[in-house]
Design a protein around this ligand. Structure first.
Ligand SMILES: Cc1cc2nc3c(=O)[nH]c(=O)nc-3n(C[C@H](O)[C@H](O)[C@H](O)COP(=O)(O)O)c2cc1C
Length: 339
């Protein structure tokens, strides 16, 4: 039986050649602090496309300057950013990868000069800045910025958009009752805490009809926080809004110890996939072909996202194929050394 890892997967009208996704990873390499694509990005992402990764998701890309994690983050808050991404997308596609972008706002985790924003005026920890509680206008402006970010991503030719709703950044801060203490319609009930994400998805949908993914932190690792069961409800709502796939990560909305081991987040993917009947991606310490194949064959996820293993081995798809006893197509130029 052929490996599921190397079977195609279609989302809307985009077909990935395999189930291997390069998980978004901040490179903090926009060294002029203007959000622009640099040579590092061109080399880094293109190498994984040459390595036969099916879908490359470009790192957390800020929809506003204030929504950056650091001054060196990539940005998509200006029309001037489109050309750089257009080039990056073309480079990846030249080697058969589909290209995605993660649209992000860092919320209270921004490490920047000036004011930072969050649902409530609570710092992440004692070392970080106290954010300003967002006004309704701030919220409306942020939703609009996600929309214009998506519009620019479409202009750049991206195949896939992923909304960053995980790791304690802005959208996650609204979803979790640990960081959202608002008393208006954006806080309190589950429905209210979901409102920002609902508005962001709706706004993006007015300018984007391609594959839409949302990354979530499906466990807060805190007794008063959210678990994967709570995320079934959010996932059902996202499905109603025509989100195609939930990329299931966890943690980082509040400081909390996390017990980490191979595949530690896979059960959350499984819970959401089965609970909401929606496609999911699994991520977190997935490093071997056999491990990835087990996740897919047991329907615990539809895609596997790899981060650090792809830093160590940009040709991991080849490594995994060898481990599974199969051969995959090589870039023509590498055929003599690929087997
Ligand atoms: C250098 C680095 C940068 C990261 N940046 C992002 C990011 O921009 N967006 C995101 O959602 N996750 C980010 N992550 C998390 C990864 O996407 C991934 O979820 C995590 O590393 C677990 O997967 P792994 O065990 O395969 O590395 C980053 C991880 C690393 C190592």
């Amino acid at each position: 039986m052929p490996a599921k890892l190397f079977s195609p997967f279609t989302i809307k009208d985009v077909t990935l050649k395999n189930r291997i996704v390069m998980s978004p990873m901040c490179m903090y390499s926009s060294h002029n602090e203007d959000g622009h694509v640099q040579n590092w990005h061109r080399t880094h992402y293109t190498s994984r496309a040459v390595g036969q990764v099916g879908l490359i998701i470009v790192e957390a890309t800020a929809i506003t300057p204030q929504g950056r994690i650091s001054p060196q983050d990539l940005g998509i808050w200006s029309d001037d950013h489109v050309d750089g991404f257009q080039e990056l997308v073309a480079l990846g596609k030249e080697h058969g990868a589909k290209m995605g972008i993660q649209l992000a706002h860092a919320g209270r985790k921004a490490v920047l000069e000036g004011e930072i924003l969050a649902p409530s005026a609570l710092p992440f920890n004692e070392k970080m800045k106290t954010p300003k509680e967002m006004t309704k206008t701030d919220i409306a402006d942020t939703v609009e910025a996600f929309k214009t970010g998506a519009e620019r991503a479409a202009k750049a030719g991206f195949d896939v958009i992923e909304i960053h709703g995980a790791h304690g950044y802005l959208i996650n801060e609204f979803l979790s009752p640990l960081s959202n203490k608002r008393s208006d319609e954006y806080g309190g009930s589950t429905e209210n805490r979901y409102r920002l994400l609902r508005e962001v998805i709706d706004a993006i949908k007015t300018v984007w009809n391609g594959p839409l993914l949302v990354r979530v932190s499906a466990h807060d690792y805190h007794e008063e926080g959210l678990t994967a069961e709570d995320y079934i409800t959010f996932a059902e709502w996202m499905k109603e809004q025509d989100v195609d796939l939930i990329d299931v990560s966890s943690g980082a909305v509040v400081p909390a110890p996390i017990h980490v081991y191979p595949g530690y987040q896979v059960p959350y993917s499984e819970t959401i996939k089965k609970g909401a009947d929606i496609s999911t991606g699994a991520v977190g310490l997935i490093t071997s072909g056999i491990q990835a194949e087990e996740i897919l064959q047991n329907d615990r996820a539809d895609l596997v996202f790899l981060a650090r293993e792809l830093l160590r081995d940009p040709y991991w798809p080849r490594t995994a194929a060898k481990e599974l006893g199969i051969s995959i197509e090589a870039p023509k130029q590498y055929e003599r050394g690929w087997v």
